[in-house]
Design a protein around this ligand. Sequence first.
Ligand code: SDX
Length: 440
Amino acid sequence: MIDNYIYDKKAELIIDGKTYTLPIVEGKEGEKAIDIRKLRSQTGYITIDSGFMNTGSCVSSITFLDGEKSILNYRGYAIEDLANNCSFVEVAYLLVHGSLPTQEQLSEFSQLLGGFALIHEDMIHFFDHFPPYAPPMSILSSMVNSLCNFYPEMSDNPGENIDMMAARLISKIRTIAAFSYKKSMGQPLVYPRHDYSYCANFLNMMFDSPVKPYVVNDAVVAALNKLLILHADHEQNCSTSTVRLVGSAKVNLYASISAGISALWGPLHGGANQAVIEMLEEIYENGGNYMKYIERAKNSKDPFRLVGFGHRVYKSHDPRSRIIKNACEQVLASMGFYSDPLLDIAREIEEVVLRDDYFVSRNLYPNVDFYSGIIYRAIGIPSNMFTVMFALGRLPGWIAHWKEMWDDPNWRIGRPRQIYIGPKRRPFVPVAERKAYPAQ
Ligand code: SDX
């Protein structure tokens, strides 16, 4: 696929007085890359780029984002249009299949998801053997990986029926997440219903109980659809790159997704939404003095970072953060909250930070995680499940990338190189003759 985007423009590299010509790859939105696939065979050199800040791993037709212009498109559609006009199931179909579904396709896909909503009764016993304090992301990653045991055909031929595997996982991950919450609360499980939409079903499985029936609030369902859409994909972020790397060894979809869930768990990545709400709650409980946290974040000697701010790619506003911030008020009002002290603190922090040279000079803006927890908290989702919510949203994106890689005839196993800086070759010393050496 890369070869389809190589045109006449070339790059020249001069090493040890010799000039090498390297092809230039140009994408549909004008992004350019130097094609170094033959660099080592031509020059003996590799490149090095810790954190892959300047390195592209693939060409992809799924998501485009422009960090300078605050643009985010899924399959060419603006995130604002999708978030304001679609359901999450519609966007999941778009990401996995490449086009927005017709009404008939959407109905079929919804029915397919509905039919897959249950998990095998044997899997339910797995929950009995996690300790009560088990982190929800650990449970989610374990259960998703275990799911492939119930479909042995997946290991034999992982690419056999990707669309069916995708629909099955998009549906079941929601049930697994809700069941893990009910188990953590010691409450009876609430099974999915055939007459509820994707998000309404999730909320009902989370909050319905024999003694207090859950009343589905349309505004909350709409907000959850919007949140999941906003998290659905984000090109080659850490967890998506993990799914691709694990999948590149021809690992089945569910095991690859399980690895992506583990990557998303990190506080620098998807775990930030939980850290944000914990920071806001701490600030609120300590009298609202957020300036202390802002000053700590600016102190290079203090490892504390203002979670919810900054982004590897967005050097301007994260468009998702703006949409979520605006949705906060609607959701809170629809639930009868006409003010939220944490939202007030969050807004004040954003206002101060966007005027502070430390943050402005480093292009640090609120990212997708800064406001999302305000809504999850208002819905009643516990903060230790916020990253699980991120995973539910990101799943269609992960699947789309795994499928894109799987369908690429030129795809190879991912195996980066390195520059070695350890000891040079040295003679072996039998254990009887070894002395304790200072660490190399
Ligand atoms: C997500 O990649 C994606 O697309 C991710 C994501 C997705 O949808 O998949 O968008 C989801 O992960 C959002 C990010 C959530 N993480 C956080 O909110 C954690 C706080 N943010 C940071 O740790 C940081 O901004 C990262 C991890 C998000 C980005 O790190 P980078 O790109 O490696 O940037 P950096 O660490 O090199 O920072 C550049 C400078 C440094 O200062 P100097 O060394 O130049 O003096 O900015 C500073 C950093 O110290 N900095 C911060 C800061 N983030 C960066 N200083 C204070 N507070 C922060 N939050």
